[in-house]
Design a protein around this ligand. Structure first.
Ligand SMILES: NC(=O)c1ccc[n+]([C@@H]2O[C@H](COP(=O)([O-])OP(=O)(O)OC[C@H]3O[C@@H](n4cnc5c(N)ncnc54)[C@H](O)[C@@H]3O)[C@@H](O)[C@H]2O)c1
Ligand SMILES: O=C(O)C[C@H](O)C(=O)O
Length: 310
């Protein structure tokens, strides 16, 4: 393949993302993890599936970074997931250290890459990677909104018994308890769901979406969601690799947009070969604005915690 993507963290999200990238024949994939043998074993296993899955992507596993050199995109999933009873924010001190050291290595070997951050707490980890890489803001992006809106889309399709392909949904804000699903901008074949589903029922679907991560953690008990998160990261990677310029909700570094400054938060962006090519500002009602500002305040709190961690 003429494109190369590194996935750091060969655990649940990372290995599933590697599988999807290869099976869609988007790129060659380098899987990196600190555990000896795991990235090598998973890359070999995926390579042995290739004749059956009919793809020619090359997969390599490594415990170092030399093999990652010259990557077009790096998806960072390294770190610990939460367990039942924990919030994503409880992961901040452990994962900040991991993301900092991983990003420094990545920046050294792939100075022109676009980084897609997955590790939690997502918006805070974007700040860590942004600072540790020294990359411009358009090349450090967080994955959360694509996942959160896919969850909302799945719940809308289940509610109305329609194809998921007919559904569109928007979720703004930080990837935490204060995320902001936007029913007015969520549609079925272009029809706003506010025309199709009662207010009370929409409120329930919004609540289920905002708690979608915790719902899966409660079921799995030993970790968090990975199939949908991997799909979401790969949709972002595909838009960048193919310069598709899809408009997707992603965590982007805002400098004045939506009245928010110097903060990573989920907003609609255009994703192309340069990463974030445009932040799209949509009109919000007073209620939606208040919810977004509350979410921004929560992310700012985590950013302040990072500064204290040093
Ligand atoms: N943004 C989102 O929407 C979203 C969705 C799902 C998961 N997540 C987050 O992604 C992270 C990974 O989740 P998972 O389910 O894949 O966890 P996992 O435990 O299955 O995998 C994590 C992997 O990271 C590796 N790792 C740890 N430190 C490392 C380092 N310094 N260098 C390289 N690899 C390292 C571990 O060995 C492990 O294999 C978690 O923080 C989780 O909360 C975020
Ligand atoms: O909920 C988690 O801890 C993982 C992830 O952020 C998710 O939304 O599935």
């Amino acid at each position: 393949m003429d494109k190369k993507v590194t996935v750091v963290g060969a655990g649940n999200v990372g290995a599933t993302a590697a599988q999807r990238l290869a099976e869609k024949e988007l790129c060659d994939v380098v899987l990196v993890d600190i555990v000896e043998g795991v990235p090598q074993g998973k890359a070999l296993d995926l390579t042995e599936a290739a004749p059956i899955e009919k793809h020619d992507a090359h997969l390599t596993g490594s415990n170092g970074y030399e093999e990652t050199a010259g990557s077009d995109i790096v998806i960072i999933t390294a770190g610990i997931p939460r367990k039942p009873g924990m919030s994503r924010d409880d992961l901040i001190s452990t994962n900040a250290g991991i993301i900092k050291s991983v990003t420094e290595q990545i920046a050294k070997y792939s100075p022109n890459a676009v980084l897609i951050i997955v590790s939690n707490p997502l918006d805070a980890m974007c700040h860590v990677a942004f600072e540790a890489s020294g990359f411009p803001k358009n090349r450090v992006i967080g994955m959360a909104g694509v996942l959160d809106s896919a969850r909302f889309r799945a719940f809308i399709a289940m509610e109305l018994d329609v194809s998921v392909e007919n559904t569109h949904a928007f979720v703004l804000g930080g990837h935490g308890d204060t995320m902001v699903p936007l029913p007015r901008y969520s549609t079925v074949a272009g029809i706003p769901i506010t025309e199709l589903i009662s207010k009370e029922r929409i409120a329930e679907l919004v609540d289920r979406t905002a708690n979608g991560g915790a719902e899966i953690v409660g079921l799995l008990k030993t970790g968090s969601a990975y199939y949908a998160p991997a799909s979401a990261a790969v949709e972002m990677a595909e838009s960048i690799l193919k310069d598709k310029k899809k408009v997707l909700p992603c965590a982007a570094y805002l400098q004045g947009e939506y009245g928010i400054n110097d903060l990573y938060i989920g907003v609609p962006v255009k994703l192309g070969k340069n990463g974030v090519e445009q932040v799209i500002e949509i009109t919000l009602t007073e209620e939606e604005k208040t919810a977004l500002m509350k979410s921004a305040a929560a992310v700012q709190g985590l950013k302040d915690d990072l500064a204290k961690l040093g």
